[in-house]
Design a protein. Sequence first.
Length: 500
Amino acid sequence: MPQQTPNIAAVDLGSNSFHMIICRLNDDGTPQTLERMKEMVRLAHGLDHTHHLDHATQERALACLERFGQRIANLPPHYVAVVGTNTLRVAKNAQHFIAKAEKALGHTIDVISGIEEARLVYQGVTFSLGGSPNRRFVMDIGGSSTEYIIGQHDVAHTKESLNMGCVTFSEHFFENGAISKKAFNNAVLQAEKNLEPFRRKFERAQWDEAIGSSGSLKSINNVLESSGWSHNGITLAGLEQLIDQLLKYRKHDEFNFPALSLERRPVFIGAVAIVYASFQALGIEKMTVSDGALREGLICDLANRIKHHDIRAKTSHDIAKHYHADLKHAANIKKTLHQLAAQLGNHPAFAPDQAADTLQFLDWAAELHEIGLEIAHNDYHKHSAYIIEHGDLAGFSKQNQLVLAKLVRNHRKKFNLKHFEELPKPWRDHAPIMSILFRLSRLIHRGRPQTAPEIKIAIQNQEIRLRFKENWLRQAPLTQADLEQEAEYLQAAKFELKFE
């Protein structure tokens, strides 16, 4: 009897709401939704004027994550994807909170960029509605950011993320829930200003249909339809009728729309201002609303990883090609890396439950370590690392990119252990040995030989021993000289390299 695949889960730590979706993988690998959980945490509300998350908001978030964690406690780590969005991108004490949040949830949390968030939103919409040859414009309003995407079929080709959301706009322009025409106009004007640099990219001529994603757009759609102001979607005329009605109220807690929940009231008018500004600036006349959002996009990515279709591998390969990296050279380095790693099963970084992840990062490092040569030959490893850390790499979280950047940054010249201190666990512990293995593999292939020698490796504490076939090093004096130099670099970091 075939072994049943565990369920998979995605958790979205949004700036307004936390969402969790649990799915079963069907026999064909497609996800089928089993359960959804949502709690209005309002993470963005907890940011003070110094951009620190306050204690009360953290406690509210942690209590929610403990409840979520209980539901997914039995799922293997590789069957759960958890991401943080804009508030965790900007909070100065985000890492402190994430450490507590991971303990409460029982799973690792990755913070993603705004562009990666946009890609996942589009993927979630495609999951919900299916692919289409139409050019789709997708808009998603979160608590503190709004994503704009244009895509076709299942590929998002134009993506932006702007720092404006239903929580931040509601709090900034409608202080203490006070409503006025002036405040609303100011909010709309600010949203239009934010959109102006991107207007041509997303204006009406660039797409065939407009789709909204997120709770804010669903709420606006529900209020419009229940009030008879729009049918089958959000329209500009319906929005104008809604705004006329909203401006009759003095406070948000007076809103009296049966289709608007009590918890959505405090952030509703900020969302309406952003939507109205977007309709006006981009020439939108009608927008339908999708059930799919970021969490469904995460589920799709997770299902693809389980099926060994990891978008990160494609991203790495595409970037290497874009920067004209020598992929044959990278493939040779990978072979040596795998040869060495296969001998290190007793080391935590290469233990059976960790080796696949470790080698995945080392493979990407091999592909990308020379991309900085397109900028300058001197210190190219620093340029490569900068591109990796700060670029928009589809499928990679900010933590993923940081791990990869540190491996690439340390693949040559001085070996500085301090570079790894800011990495999340377990990479903080594993990265030094991963980096040493990468340095040695790259060193063996420095002259870009067609073949590489067989190498025996052993690591005990801080000692690394390499053994080559008899007389091989005598016939490769440049490699021997490189190994002697490498031993000096590693000695400065209190590692001892021995070879024979």
